[in-house]
Structure formats: C-alpha cells, structure tokens
Design a protein around this ligand. Structure first.
Ligand code: RIB
Ligand code: CA
Length: 320
C-alpha cells in the first residue's frame, strides 16, 4: 500500500487522476488532497476537489488549500480547456466540504515529518506548494519518499513550443523542486502523456457503462474534447494527469530515462524543462527519471480495470 498526497489543480484530467487513485483502495492510500492555483483559481480548484470527492463517495479525505498565485510572479492566465469552473461547466452540485485550517505547504511539511520516508507526493498541477514546503522546512526533502510529477516535456510544450502548462505557470517553483535534492523524482511529461488519449469510442463506453462515476467522466470530458479539437484538430482528449496515477499502479506503463533536469525561468523559453539524458551528458548528475513513452493499451486497461473492472474484457477487445 503506497501512501500518497495528491497536489492538484482540478482540472478535468486531475479529476480523472483522483478518481482512478481512489478506486485502487488496495494499492493506494490517499491521505489528502492539497490544492494549488493552476487550471483555474485556487478557490475554484478547492471547490472542485470537494466535488470530485463527493462523486467518489470519499468525503473522509481532507483537503488543504494552497497557493493562490505562483511563488515569485504574478498569476498566469487560466488554462482554456477545463471550462470556466475548471470541471467542464457541467454543473456539478456544490459540495458541503470545507478545507482544513492548515495551509497546503504546512500540512505537507507536518505530514512527511510525522511519517518520514513513507509518503509519495503526487503533484499534478503547478509546483508552487511543493516549492514552498522545500523553502520553509530544510528537512522536508529528506522526509519525502518520492515525488511523481505530471509536468514538463523533453521535446515540445503545450503552452509555448517549449513550456508545458504546469511548469509554465510557476517556473521558479519547478526549478526549486528539481534542484532540491529529493531522493527520487519521476517526471511524467508530455512525451509520455501524448500517448494516452481518451478516444471517442472509449468515451462512449463510459456513457454506456452508465454508473454515476462513468457518466461524470463522460460529461466532464466533453469540454475537454472540444478544446483538444480546437487546438489539435484531433478527436478525443489527452489524459495527462491520469498517467501519473496509472504509473503508481503499474510502473511498466511508461518508459523512463535517467536525466538531469533544470527549468528555464526567464526569456523566450521560460517554463521549459531542459532534459539532459545522463547516458549522453556524462558531466551531469541524475536528479530524476523522465518518462519518454507510454503504453496506450496498458494505460486504458489500468484505467478501466480499476474503475470499471467488469468492462476490462470489452476494453481489451476494443483496443485489439
Ligand atoms: O500540461 C498538462 C497539465 O496542465 C495537466 O496537469 C492539466 O491538468 C493542466 O493543468
Ligand atoms: Ca493538473
């Protein structure tokens, strides 16, 4: 059983990543959600975290509200693919959930101190909260077991030709995290997530499965698919954050390389993750593993296998 804290900016793909994590009750112990400004502002993001927990029937999980803006810069524009409310504007009922008093960073610092070396941090939004915790507590880095991040890219960004959204929102925070000296960082970036698209056939299956969770996923991905068509003229949508959860459940779903990663914080390429494979750049010290590919079929077998196990055979047949 892996103890995890998901640091998140829901966000449609965040919602699916959280739902998948919560469905794997034997494998993952989701200790809490910490929220951060990203796809939409931190107030909306925090409300969305509670809405997702309501959909999952897991109102027992605490939510800690985090930073409302990046560490050292003014706020960025919200993402344009999650709807104004951040959850596809589908009118999910307001939640009665209220965030804990403690801030996200203070909770992260306290919890990893209480459970030294046991907790996996799963940031799937901008890294502001994680970087704040690094700066506030010198022992934080050593108390964390590992950090599995959705963010960055080896070759091509999605906000600029070089910058992926999470690192683009808060490049200084991303730089701090990669330079902090964590025991283990896994960077699941766009080079891998571009292989996990929810295509129309699989999305229609979610409708036909006809459970509250499957119908929520079907509805919430409508706006997401529309945005992907506008931006890429491609049908379906990229389940970026969900690949991180799938990796936690089956490491073999991605291929990784050992690398030294740094993040550009200014100029034309700000937000870019600069990835040096240590096999090639012998003078560089490894600071993380970088995902360079993902197995599409294996990913959707994980996704449907945990969320809707009775349809796993159907998915296997659909994927050929
Ligand atoms: O670039 C993809 C990332 O940006 C994902 O975390 C998605 O939720 C958006 O925040
Ligand atoms: Ca996200």
């Amino acid at each position: 059983m892996r103890k995890i804290i998901i640091d998140t900016d829901p966000g449609i793909d965040d919602a699916l990543a959280i739902l998948l994590a919560l469905s794997a009750r034997e494998e993952l112990d989701v200790l809490a959600l910490t929220t951060v400004n990203g796809n939409v502002d931190v107030e909306k993001v925090t409300k969305n975290a509670f809405k997702i927990l309501d959909v999952a029937g897991r109102t027992d999980i605490p939510v800690y509200k985090g930073n409302r803006k990046p560490l050292m810069r003014e706020n960025s524009m919200p993402a344009d693919c999650h709807g104004d409310d951040g959850l596809g504007n589908i009118g999910v009922a307001e939640s009665a959930g209220v965030p804990e008093e403690e801030s996200a960073a203070d909770f992260l610092i306290r919890k990893v101190r209480e459970e030294k070396g046991e907790i996996t941090l799963v940031p799937i939004g901008p890294l502001t909260n994680i970087a704040e915790a690094v700066q506030k507590d010198p022992a934080f880095v050593k108390n964390v077991k590992e950090v599995v991040i959705m963010g960055g890219a080896v070759h091509e960004g999605n906000v600029t030709p070089y910058a992926e959204f999470n690192f683009w929102v808060d490049p200084e925070a991303a730089k701090i995290v990669f330079q902090a000296g964590f025991e283990k960082i896994v960077m699941v970036g766009l080079d891998a997530t571009k292989h996990v698209w929810l295509n129309p056939a699989l999305r229609e299956l979610l409708y036909q499965i006809n459970t509250p969770v499957s119908r929520f996923i079907h509805k919430v991905t409508r706006v997401y698919a529309d945005a992907h068509w506008r931006q890429h003229q491609k049908l379906g949508s990229e389940l970026c954050d969900v690949l991180v959860t799938a990796y936690l459940l089956d490491n073999g779903v991605i291929d990784t390389i050992d690398a030294f990663v740094d993040v550009e914080t200014q100029g034309l390429c700000e937000g870019a993750s600069v990835v040096y494979p240590v096999m090639k750049y012998k003078d560089k010290m490894k600071n993380c593993e970088v995902a360079v590919n993902a197995d599409t079929g294996r990913f959707f077998e994980i996704f449907f296998g945990y969320l809707f196990p009775e349809y796993l055979d159907t998915v296997k047949k659909m994927q050929g």
